[in-house]
Ligand binder design. Structure first.
Ligand code: BDP
Length: 707
């Protein structure tokens, strides 16, 4: 159990549930004589059923309709062979139906990929011992369900915690694409249909002949799983040959059309391009005084003849804005850059928006840009790799965080406008839209660097398919598939997972104050001082008496006014803003009373103790699973939980002491700064060590550590 099979372990189950006993031993994969998603579906059903139910299973490419079989294929292929299926009328692109009767199971996709999704769903039901009878129809809510892999050409992965790149090494696409195929398999099993293989901070060398040929091989490896390849582009790529990258220069336009055609020769079904422009030092159209729409549309024209889309990131901001100005606010950047461009993007452009206006913090207000673009397709960007949430050395189950954003009703035009309905295209009647998840998957056998982190990848795919699913239901399916059926295992991992986000938020940044990690380098570990006075615009404005970003319309940065009126009214009003976003929108005294009746500072102190206490309890809970989970995964995760428990104490004491030091307000429970059982290293007789003053001070008790 090294994790490489993720949730697709096909572990044996003792068939006790409904219909599992009746699963047929013949698979008919219609018209599957060559490699295709339906062919894959046939193989997957054979491997899965034989492994889970210990049966001998055969696959055929055609079959007689009246013998017992699992028939998988497209609706069209089924109709040609057996006649009409009425329920198929309800199918949309990539959708599937499963019709299960005692001796026959029919799995039909609207297209080949849909048939594969149906096969994976059926296998998941068998593996969970929960085959549902009757007809089950499922359509994805959004057409774009992609991952963005931030893999660099040198083989590293930006913000990835699962080892080296699966796609690149030493400047080139890898020779062996087996791992790419295995990854595509995992992603397809949860409905992901596109993978952008290289970092948004893109390198023009991706477009060399050798690498374009390599992209062809990667796409070939993923195609049997219905996963289309996409690439990130460096906006200045033509500069080396043309001496310019001005998007309105016809030479530049022609250069992109040409390279795009070359990529499509090798990857005929390429999903499209992803572009990070004019952000964090990346080149873009603003260099030439062109708009971001001018830039996006240049790529849109290049891919349009091939049916491709352009994902254009809204993560545009100037990372040199200064702290001195009380009204400057990075959270306003997206609206400033994009709102006036609404309707100016070509139809195949999708503006990809991070869930909050800053950057994947432990809690953010949802991005107001979702409500501001009515004539532009949009997608949400979610970070599956927990860059600011413990980097898989801590465990945080992210689905509840994502759902809070997806379910948020922005009330655009005073009408229901949940973010999940905006990005599907439903709310503003847009043809495109969906999800971009950043997993950071690497060559580590666990894919993400930790077994438990895989629940996040699983949940990401499931929510991109159907955002109405519950976080806990998704989680429990994943637990059964990953760890089996033991009730204690199910209950314990559910409990740890569902308490994990509150725990992490508890011992890091509370009340919407952002995560309080080190902001300049690692994004890991506490360093609240780095959150002020930095060029990156992630500020908390903590003083001796007051704290928080004033984003109000009258006195602050005006950000609260970026929301539609009904929401602006809440966020602009310190009394109406929910506690958990208070400091995101308001600058208040530490002594201000929350709705919970605690003061801000006492809330900080208590939340940090409670969060760290949860992290301690996770270790005990995990230990109670010894013997109920295989040793390999048990020990791997025990190590992680133990580390997290220790580091949560560092977090707790650092943040509390930082705010105590600033405010000088005592903790009502007399814990902060008071550790009667702790013996400080610098108070001991030191032999070969000496003490020194630590910076940032709050990461060492008493300002001092030894070296
Ligand atoms: C930040 C990451 C940085 C990414 C950037 C982005 O720290 O590595 O390049 O986002 O999304 O969160 O472009």
């Amino acid at each position: 159990e090294d994790g490489s099979r993720g949730w697709l372990r096909y572990a044996p189950v003792r068939p006790t549930g409904h219909n599992t006993l009746d699963v047929p031993s013949t698979i008919v994969a219609l018209n599957s004589t060559k490699i295709s998603p339906v062919f894959t579906a046939g193989q997957e059903l054979r491997n899965g059923i034989s492994s889970i139910l210990a049966k001998n299973v055969q696959v055929r490419a055609d079959g007689c309709s009246n013998s017992s079989a699992v028939i998988v294929g497209t609706v069209d292929a089924y109709r040609a062979a057996y006649g009409d299926v009425k329920e198929a009328e309800a199918l949309e692109d990539d959708g599937y139906l499963i019709h299960s009767t005692p001796d026959k199971v029919i799995i039909l996709g609207c297209n080949e990929r849909g048939a594969l999704y149906g096969a994976f769903e059926y296998l998941s039901q068998i593996a969970r011992n929960n085959v549902t009878s009757g007809v089950h129809v499922s359509n994805p809510q959004a057409p774009i369900r992609w991952t963005n892999e931030w893999d660099n050409m040198d083989g590293t992965i930006e913000r990835g915690y699962g080892g080296a790149s699966n796609f690149f090494r030493d400047g080139y696409v890898v020779d062996n694409v087996t791992r790419a195929a295995e990854y595509a398999r995992l992603l397809a099993s949860v409905g992901i249909n596109g993978v952008v293989v290289n970092n948004v901070n893109a390198n023009a060398t991706l477009l060399s002949d050798r690498n374009v040929e390599g992209l062809g091989r990667l796409a070939d490896a993923m195609r049997p799983y219905g996963v289309q390849l996409g690439v990130s582009l460096n906006f200045a790529s033509p500069n080396a040959t043309l001496g310019t990258f001005d998007p309105l220069d016809p030479k530049v336009d022609a250069w992109w059309a040409n390279i795009t055609n070359q990529i499509y020769k090798k990857v005929p079904d390429m999903a499209g391009f992803l572009v990070k422009a004019n952000s964090e030092g990346q080149p873009g159209p603003l260099t030439y005084n062109r708009t971001l729409a001018d830039g996006a549309n240049m790529f849109a024209r290049a891919v349009a003849p091939h049916g491709g889309v352009v994902m254009f990131r809204a993560f545009v901001y100037d990372n040199h804005i200064t702290y001195a100005n009380w009204t400057s606010d990075r959270a306003n950047a997206q609206l400033e850059f994009f709102q006036h461009l609404d309707g100016k993007f070509d139809e195949n452009v999708v503006v990809q928006i991070k869930y909050g206006p800053i950057d994947f913090q432990v809690r953010e207000a949802p991005s107001p840009l979702f409500a501001a673009l009515h004539n532009t397709s949009t997608a949400i960007e979610l970070q599956v790799t927990p860059e600011y949430l413990g980097q898989n050395c801590h465990f945080v189950y992210l689905a509840p965080l994502w759902k809070e954003i997806l379910d948020f009703d922005l009330r655009a035009e005073s009408r229901p406008s949940k973010i999940k309905d905006i990005i599907t295209g439903e709310r503003f009647k847009r043809p495109l839209g969906g999800y971009a998840g950043v997993p950071g998957a690497g060559t580590n056998t666990t894919w993400l660097g930790s077994h438990m982190a895989m629940s996040n990848l699983y949940a990401y795919g499931k929510l991109a398919w159907d955002a109405s699913l519950g976080s806990e239901d998704i989680l429990q399916d994943w637990i059964r598939l990953t760890f089996g059926f033991d009730q204690k295992v199910l209950d314990t991992i559910t409990d740890i997972s569902m308490r994990s986000w509150p725990a992490y938020e508890g011992y890091s940044g509370n009340l919407g104050v952002q995560t309080l990690t080190d902001i300049l380098y690692t994004h890991f570990g506490p360093n609240p001082a780095s959150q002020d006075n930095n060029g990156w615009g992630q500020w908390l404005r903590a003083g001796n008496v007051t704290i928080g970003m004033d984003r109000t319309i009258e006195n602050g940065t005006g950000n609260a006014g970026n929301y539609p009126p009904e929401i602006a009214e809440i966020f602009n009003d310190v009394d109406k803003t929910p506690d958990n976003l208070l400091l995101w929108f308001h600058h208040v005294p530490y002594t201000r009373r929350l709705k919970s009746n605690k003061t801000v500072i006492q809330h900080f102190y208590d939340a940090h103790y409670e969060g760290a206490a949860s992290a301690q309890s996770f270790v005990k809970q995990w230990e109670s699973l010894e013997g109920k989970i295989d040793k390999e995964r048990y020990e791997h995760q025990l190590f992680r939980q133990t580390y997290q428990a220790g580091h949560s104490l560092v977090w707790r004491d650092s943040i509390n002491e930082y705010f105590y030091n600033l405010s000088r307000i005592e903790d009502e429970s007399n814990r902060v700064g008071n550790h009667p059982y702790r013996i400080e290293a610098e108070s001991m007789d030191l032999d070969g060590y000496k003490s020194y003053v630590v910076n940032p001070f709050e990461t060492a008790s008493g300002f001092t550590a030894i070296v």
